[in-house]
Design a binder for this molecule. Structure first.
Ligand SMILES: Nc1ncnc2c1ncn2[C@@H]1O[C@H](COP(=O)(O)OP(=O)(O)O)[C@@H](O)[C@H]1O
Ligand SMILES: [Mg+2]
Length: 386
């Protein structure tokens, strides 16, 4: 990753709550853990030695159980609270240790926060509510109304500018919250469980809306969630927090394929991973079943019923019985009967093919190169992991 990809960099951040955080920090440095600190001193370790960076234009989800430190982390980002130790850089500039005035600027211009619930002013129109943050920042009325109007259009509330909050459903009110944040045109949009209070259907709709908005604007979004379905649906990458620590960061596929510990694994219990995984995440390449066709009878490792013939470019020619002798003629290849499966084909589209074919399904990259196979056994192992 180049430096320009990186918009927010967090380095060795600790946050200890209590009257004497330095003493608790000293104990942490000497190897004490969160529980010991709490039982001996009553201090709460909210965030423990977090280091990671967020890339420009990604939706970065922070996920974890209640109390794992997610909200503390976002409050550290917009500096509502001070880290006990460590540094945070925004666009290469350290924001830990800024003067109060600079800090105010960062909060106003760079970060906008959307909460789970926030108070709309009942006597203000939707437009005025949306423009409210800009008004506080001293933006002139004409400009703030233009920006608020545009933000309302973006969240699908263009027709409701002149409505009042009591005329809106809960989902629409949450959209106003999103519009208020967008009107600031922030460098980073912070969303702390912003959809958690919504009905499932509305919540799903808002997630879709956020995905669409992000794709349009390439805005950097840090989204807090305790819901794995939500995290996987919207997150390009997900950081998993456990007891104040960031225990793993990865794409949904990476977390499902290589969970760092049981805590991470537990989130995916009962989760239908075929919706997230791609054929390429699952396929295995066993060199013993592949042979480059060169005019001679192919040699395969014994013990397999089927072998895969490739050409000199690594492209798949066909599948043959390994016990057949001689040079197989193309009419004996077995590929013509099926749709090719590519590394980026969603796994749930491959289930039927794997079930139907007598041999492990070959997986190709988009250039046609043979990347491996998915057998029935491998598929079942993948899907029944929990
Ligand atoms: N202001 C505070 N004072 C003392 N403890 C706090 C404070 N804020 C958060 N905590 C504690 O820090 C831990 C992490 O809390 P939080 O970041 O709110 O978790 P999450 O958002 O993941 O539910 C919890 O144990 C919580 O009780
Ligand atoms: Mg929280």
């Amino acid at each position: 990753m180049s430096d320009t990809d990186e918009i927010l960099a967090v380095k060795n951040i600790f946050k200890v709550f209590g009257p004497n955080p330095d003493m608790a920090m000293q104990m942490l440095r000497n190897g004490a853990d969160k529980n010991e600190i709490f039982s001996k001193t009553g201090h709460v370790v909210g965030v423990f030695d977090a280091s990671f960076s967020v890339k420009r234009g990604e939706i970065f989800v922070i996920m974890g159980l209640s109390g794992s430190g997610k909200s503390t982390m976002v409050r550290l980002f917009n500096r509502l609270i001070e880290p006990t130790s460590g540094s945070i850089h925004l666009n290469g500039k350290e924001i830990t240790g800024l003067s109060d005035k600079d800090l105010l600027d960062v909060r106003r211009r760079e970060m906008a926060m959307v909460f789970q619930s926030f108070a709309l002013m009942p006597h203000m129109s939707v437009l005025e509510n949306t423009a409210f943050g800009l008004e506080i920042s001293g933006v002139a009325e004409k400009e703030r109304h233009a920006r608020a109007s545009e933000a309302l259009r973006q969240v699908g509330l263009g027709a409701h500018e002149h409505s009042y909050p009591h005329q809106l459903s809960g989902g629409m009110q949450q959209r106003v919250g999103l519009a208020r944040a967008l009107a600031n045109d922030p460098t980073i949009l912070l969303m702390d469980e912003a959809f958690s209070a919504l009905d499932p259907l509305i919540r799903h709709e808002m997630q879709g809306e956020l995905i669409r908005l992000q794709a349009e604007q390439q805005r950097t979004i840090i989204f807090i969630s305790h819901d794995i379905e939500e995290a996987i649906r919207i997150g390009h990458r997900i950081a998993i927090m456990e007891g104040g620590r960031v225990v793993q960061i990865g794409t949904p596929q990476e977390l499902i394929n290589q969970p760092a510990n049981d805590y991470v694994r537990t989130f995916f219990k009962g989760f239908d991973s075929s919706r997230v995984l791609k054929a390429g995440d699952v396929a295995r390449l066993d060199p013993g079943i592949v042979c480059k066709l060169n005019g001679k009878a192919p040699q395969f490792k014994t013990g397999n019923d089927y072998g895969y013939l490739i050409d000199e470019h690594g492209h798949l020619l066909g599948v043959v019985d390994t016990d057949a002798s001689g040079v197989p003629a193309p009419e004996r290849y077995r590929l013509h009967e099926q749709q090719p499966v590519y590394t980026d084909t969603p796994l749930h589209e491959v289930l039927g093919i794997v079930a139907r074919l007598p041999y492990p399904v070959p997986v190709l990259d988009r250039g046609g190169a043979f990347k491996g196979t998915i057998s029935k056994t491998l598929l079942l192992q993948t899907l029944s992991r929990d």
